[in-house]
Design a protein around this ligand. Structure first.
Ligand SMILES: [Zn+2]
Length: 158
């Protein structure tokens, strides 16, 4: 099985970059990166020192339900390209740990027993285990330090 690492949608990011509102209806906060490891959740790269970025509330689910968490994320304030790689983004490997959770195809809920804190070098191995052993539709990766949404992991059916 191959995996794909899916960032937040380009449509959503373009809207935010063009003055759109965040999950709570607020304008994103405009900031300038100090180069201190500020991750863009669209291109899945760190935002370079001096480059502008937006801080905003984001919900990574299309529907609102009990498991649909909302939290802070960052994206570049100017156009960047959506990550489309089939391997873990290299910027993820500069962090030690991530939180990983699988969500059920049937219920859309978190699959209990799937949640774990994993070393960034173990994400691919652990993702394969979750897809092989459970009723996993998709996986969310989150920052282990701040719990911000990082990206979604899916089976690559192409
Ligand atoms: Zn970006």
């Amino acid at each position: 099985m191959r995996l794909k690492f899916v960032p937040i949608s380009s449509e959503k990011v373009r809207d935010l970059q063009n003055g759109g509102l965040d999950f709570y209806g607020n304008l994103p906060i405009k900031l300038i990166s100090d180069g201190g490891g500020i991750p863009c959740r669209h291109c899945l790269e760190d935002i370079a020192e001096g480059d502008g970025y937006l801080a905003l509330a984001f919900g990574p689910f299309a529907d609102q339900h009990a498991y649909a968490e909302v939290g802070p994320i960052f994206v570049h304030s100017k156009k960047c390209h959506a990550y489309s790689g089939k391997v873990i983004p290299t910027s993820f490997l500069t962090r030690e740990h991530y939180i990983m959770r699988a969500y059920s195809k049937r219920t859309k809920a978190i699959i209990y027993g799937s949640g774990k804190r994993v070393g960034s070098d173990k994400i691919t191995v652990e993702a394969h285990k979750l897809f092989e052993k459970m009723d996993t539709d998709f996986i969310h990766l989150r920052s282990a330090s701040y719990t911000c949404f990082a990206c979604r992991v899916e089976r690559d059916e192409e």
